[in-house]
Design a protein around this ligand. Sequence first.
Ligand SMILES: Cc1cc2nc3c(=O)[nH]c(=O)nc-3n(C[C@H](O)[C@H](O)[C@H](O)COP(=O)(O)OP(=O)(O)OC[C@H]3O[C@@H](n4cnc5c(N)ncnc54)[C@H](O)[C@@H]3O)c2cc1C
Length: 448
Amino acid sequence: MAISKDIRIAIVGAGMGGLATALALAKEGFTHIDLYESASDLGFVGAGIQLAPNMARILDRLGVWKPIADDATKMEGASIRKGQSNEELAYSSMMWIPEAYGYQHMVGHRSSLAGEIYEGCKREKAIRFHFASPITDVKTFSPKPQFVVSPRQDKGAGGEPYTVECDILLGADGVKSQTRSAMLRELAVDAKVVDSGQAAYRIMLTRDQMKDDPELLALIEGNYSVRWIGERKHIIAYPVSSKTIYNISTAHPDTNFAAAPDETYTTRGSKESMLSVYSDFAPICKKMLNMVPEGELCEWKLRVHQPLPTWVHGTFALLGDACHPTLPHLNQGAAQAIEDAAVVAIALAKTPDDSPESIQKSLKVYEVLRKERAEACVAMAAANGKDMQLGDGAAAKERDEAFKAFRESGGEGKVPDKAADKGVLSFIYGWDASAETTAQYDEIVKKL
Ligand SMILES: Cc1cc2nc3c(=O)[nH]c(=O)nc-3n(C[C@H](O)[C@H](O)[C@H](O)COP(=O)(O)OP(=O)(O)OC[C@H]3O[C@@H](n4cnc5c(N)ncnc54)[C@H](O)[C@@H]3O)c2cc1C
């Protein structure tokens, strides 16, 4: 016996996690996949994203990696520098990665990544998109989940709210997840959003803006990322879109959102206040920040929440930022959502029959395989943010000694920036989500 491939699967949210899950399920042969998205189309916000081998391996199997890689920049290394002086603390080579994991570490444009996964989904007859269709309530989670779709009146879709029943419901609705809130309400669990106290500016400079300055041209021409670190703030930057764009992302203490309600995540940033935050950084940084056109600065609140007691309830499961939102300091948010997609699709395909009990067990296998690992990445990202933003105290001295030791050893041993450390990267890149699920499914089910 095996699960019927025409079982009804509904996914809430067409972000990286939802799209990858739909595609992975279609590739496993499921024929009835409905994706509900509150936006009226997928106008992916422009910004860069790191494309790690653990993500590439999955997307390659799903048949969408090649065009993403063609458009991406191969990263040969990561340069970590003092923000105030631009002095290099360490350069960590990434040249060992392709041989170890079959894929180079790359950086690309978000629209290229999400756009190609979306194109892959559109080629699958099994996947139906419902845009301008936010899920506003989950009436029941099992045995057959029922949820309410309230078409957006402002986007022409119109129509009255309606209720949908499915066999499996997957909540991929991001950090502000309503399906998570609905599940936690039903379980009487209070897992609150945690204020990270941090916000980020996201900036994209064009090659034209940088090309006449040799120092800046070298940055956009380079095959490396640069992280400039300072007390309670840092900047990370790398070239994307065939080196026509230099992507800059910052992290700094949040002041603008501090008093804002929970649901506020992005705002128009003030250039003046950005320049004042980074006023003690080196001229090379200030030159770039100065190039941002007035009125075009976007600031994001970096929000996370406490680990959840469970990701699964009945025949419902959460995935992606909905259950493990992360600070961006390890570059793994989307990659971990895509690992969720691979695992949940294979686990569901291995379900022996259509009963809600068997489906729930497969979702639990997904949770066993993914929760500890994703939460470890979230914890490492938070720790890395702290380590890279130390002040002048003893801890910072110790960190800089470790950078020095790494530098003097010719790039061997531990580097304090976890996003550039071989040990941490091996933990992240060495785990093959699909292979692990295939290998471990039966054993885990037996123990449930
Ligand atoms: C500054 C910054 C830098 C980052 N850099 C990286 C990086 O380099 N590498 C990396 O891997 N990750 C990075 N990330 C993280 C990454 O962007 C996220 O982890 C990833 O996008 C999460 O995907 P998701 O599908 O879970 O959620 P989302 O992408 O947030 O998608 C959720 C979707 O659900 C929809 N939705 C929400 N509510 C509803 C509803 N009620 N009904 C229907 N639809 C709904 C939303 O419209 C959205 O389309 C970064 C994040 C930040 C903030």
